[in-house]
Design a protein around this ligand. Structure first.
Ligand SMILES: Nc1ncnc2c1ncn2[C@@H]1O[C@H](COP(=O)(O)OP(=O)(O)O)[C@@H](O)[C@H]1O
Ligand SMILES: [Mg+2]
Length: 272
């Protein structure tokens, strides 16, 4: 057996194991310093299947740093990131991705010149490692029927059919964000990480993203972690929220209860 095949088999066995764990993501006493400053001071929480976990807090609280630690963009100083029972704290970003973590970006990170349909097919193919980069480069890597069908069903789900074949630079910000989300969804991730998904969107576009997150809650397979400024949106879609303030979680639980907590209102909203 080739080494690549052994590795693929190894990953699919681990995916089966992750698929059976009720807790998909565990953040366990994570500490992070930058220079002399402690940015994260022992953050712990866990997220189960079908949950949308909202992470809120004032600017500079450490939300993006925590997000980056979970994804593997920034190494933790101590503590663990556990994905489906497996400690991934020392694994690189791509390996965490291959084990079922997907993300969207705070600013759009799409490829100009490519259409939404092409973005989805490329993401799907790369994830499954079914394509040969060389074949694609010389133009023989035509999409398979399975790739086309899968992309079409996700485009439909996200209401992107009308713009499926339009280059992304011609799309509105809202459509662009939906393409990013669709690109993450097509990978069928266990853990979907979203940084400010509603930033720059109008009410209708935000509602579409909320619908997608509600669908994710209903599928019972995955979970999502969203960093979000729009408290109405996060209250609506999250099953629980945590408030991060100066690197520590100061409150966690039911979104409405947490946001009405006087401590939280003082720290976060600057009022009681
Ligand atoms: N790479 C870095 N090097 C040094 N300091 C950083 C770095 N990234 C973030 N910080 C600092 O960490 C603190 C928390 O930042 P961040 O995680 O972006 O907070 P939030 O996303 O909650 O606004 C800020 O004081 C920021 O300046
Ligand atoms: Mg941030």
């Amino acid at each position: 057996m080739t080494e690549q095949r052994v590795q693929a088999l190894d990953i699919s066995c681990r995916l089966d194991a992750i698929g059976e764990m009720p807790t998909l993501l565990e953040v366990d006493k994570v500490y992070k310093r930058f220079g002399g400053l402690e940015i994260l001071s022992g953050v712990s929480f866990s997220v189960g299947r079908g949950e949308v976990f909202g992470l809120v807090g004032p600017n500079g609280a450490g939300k993006t740093t925590l997000f980056n630690c979970i994804l593997g963009i920034v190494p933790v100083d101590s503590g663990r990131i556990v994905l489906g029972g497996r400690d991934v704290s020392n694994l690189p970003v791509w390996k965490r991705a291959s084990l079922g973590m997907a993300r969207t970006f705070q600013r759009l990170e799409l490829f100009s010149g490519l259409t939404p349909r092409e973005h989805l097919i490329i993401a799907y193919r790369t994830h499954k490692r079914s394509g040969s980069i060389l074949k694609d480069l010389i133009g023989h890597g035509l999409p398979t029927r399975e790739e086309l069908d899968r992309a079409a069903s996700i485009l439909e789900l996200f209401g992107l059919m009308d713009v499926a074949d339009v280059p992304v630079e011609a799309l509105s910000l809202g459509h662009g964000r939906l393409v990013e989300l669709a690109r993450a969804f097509i990978l069928d991730p266990f853990v979907l990480m979203m940084d400010e998904p509603s930033s720059g969107l109008d009410a209708a576009e935000t509602a579409r993203i909320s619908d997608m997150l509600e669908r994710l809650r209903g599928n019972g397979r995955s979970c999502a972690i969203i960093v979000e400024h729009d408290l109405d949106m996060v209250t609506k879609v999250a099953s629980q929220i945590a408030v991060l303030d100066s690197g520590s979680i100061i409150a966690q639980g039911d979104p409405r209860e947490v946001l009405n907590d006087p401590e939280v209102r003082k720290a976060y909203l600057g009022k009681v």
